[in-house]
Design a binder for this molecule. Structure first.
Ligand code: CA
Length: 387
């Protein structure tokens, strides 16, 4: 079998309302789906992390740089092709956009492998520990409104996400230390004392500010404090871990086993959040997962993007070994965006309907059981939203 085409589908639409996190507001939703075709008619699907103009630029890397390197090669040689591309791109970027672009291609190769063998991805990568996973719903994004409006909205939205049946919820912060603490208190008030909540700073704090917010989170019994400081600040991560009770999580902005090595050896994280659509795809994710578990750091995948990314992550979570094992282990959770997202809800010919599953099951989503990722994008939908 030979690879005959590698194509990027970059999709976009205008959100009904602007959303924000600690770094920026955005009014358009984008997705970058990769399609790899073969001479035997089997097509694989993948996804690249990276919004807006980043997706457009990554399309240039996928189609202009990576495609010529793998055209005519056997799609089953996933790891061979990964190292071929990585070695040729190493001089031009060992992190960031080249790896995001490679990730989407690698995921599509795994999808092809599943379709050839007739096996779901989770069976291919080691086997299925679980046929469903708990789902946490994130929302509570920043908007251009005053603090009082944020506080009222966060309390209501947290209660609403809990009411939808999710297993836990996650909020954004980024208004500044004092106001952020008020937002966290509002979320705790909205969900009551026993429901788990997490706080995502998207690296907007210095260590000093993160300590102040983190001490408030300790008092509110938050589950984890995500990306409190800049991803490069390994010393900052380590210091926060030593001084706070709330678990410190991060890693969505880290790439490859070589980047992850330093985060893990530096003992920077209580919870690792690798992003399969960015760090190098499934081939590299499996190495990063092994490295995390080598250091006894539990993994809760970072998930962002369309239903293709959600399906990929469902398989990865299904195949994740328990760490360290026991009668009542903490199950790996699926991260799920509860904000407006057509690419999550309507991209697939047969939608996953995660929200419906969560509502019906009390917080769980099933692992797709078809070959490969087990999902197929609707081609009319791809055409309609293409840019
Ligand atoms: Ca995050």
């Amino acid at each position: 079998m030979k690879i005959t085409d590698v194509k990027s589908h970059v999709l976009a639409y205008d959100l009904p309302e602007e959303l924000g996190y600690s770094q920026q507001y955005y009014a358009r939703r984008t997705a970058h789906i990769v399609e790899v075709s073969t001479d035997e008619g089997i097509t694989g699907w993948g996804e690249c992390f990276g919004p807006g103009p980043v997706a457009v630029a990554n399309r240039g890397i996928v189609e202009g740089v990576i495609a010529p390197m793998i055209m005519g090669r056997d799609p089953l040689d996933r790891d061979v092709l990964w190292h071929h591309v990585y070695n040729l791109l190493r001089d031009h970027g060992q992190k960031g956009m080249p790896l995001q672009a490679l990730s989407g291609v690698d995921i599509a190769l795994w999808d092809i492998c599943g379709k050839i063998t007739g096996l779901p991805l989770c069976k291919l990568i080691g086997g299925q520990y679980r046929d469903q996973v708990p789902v946490y719903g994130y929302g509570m994004m920043l908007k251009r409104e005053d603090t009082a409006s944020h506080i009222a909205r966060f309390e209501d939205e947290a209660a609403a996400i809990k009411g939808m049946g999710f297993a836990a919820t996650k909020m954004k912060v980024g208004l500044g230390v004092r106001d952020d603490i008020k937002l966290c208190e509002a979320v705790r008030k909205g969900i009551g004392d026993d429901f788990p909540f997490m706080v995502d700073a998207n690296h907007c704090y210095t260590v000093g500010d993160a300590l102040e917010v983190g001490r408030a989170l300790d008092g509110l019994n938050a589950y984890w404090f995500e990306e409190p400081v800049a991803p490069e600040d390994h010393d900052g991560y380590r210091e926060l871990r030593a001084k706070l009770t709330t678990k410190i999580s991060g890693g969505e902005a880290e790439f490859t086993r070589w980047g992850w090595r330093h985060l893990l050896e530096g003992r920077c994280l209580d919870i690792a959040q690798p992003e399969v659509c960015a760090l190098g795809g499934i081939s590299e994710y499996l190495k990063v997962l092994a490295l995390c578990h080598t250091h006894f750091v539990p993994v809760v995948n970072h998930v962002w993007g369309s239903a293709v990314a959600v399906a990929t992550n469902l398989h990865l979570l299904a195949a994740m070994p328990p760490l360290p094992g026991g009668l009542f282990p903490r199950e790996p959770m699926l991260e799920f965006d509860t904000t407006h997202n057509l690419f999550r809800d309507n991209l697939l010919a047969d939608p996953l309907d995660i929200q419906g599953q969560v509502a019906r099951s009390g917080g769980f989503a099933k692992i797709p059981n078809g070959p490969g990722l087990g999902v197929e994008p609707d081609r009319d939908f791809l055409k309609k939203y293409a840019i």
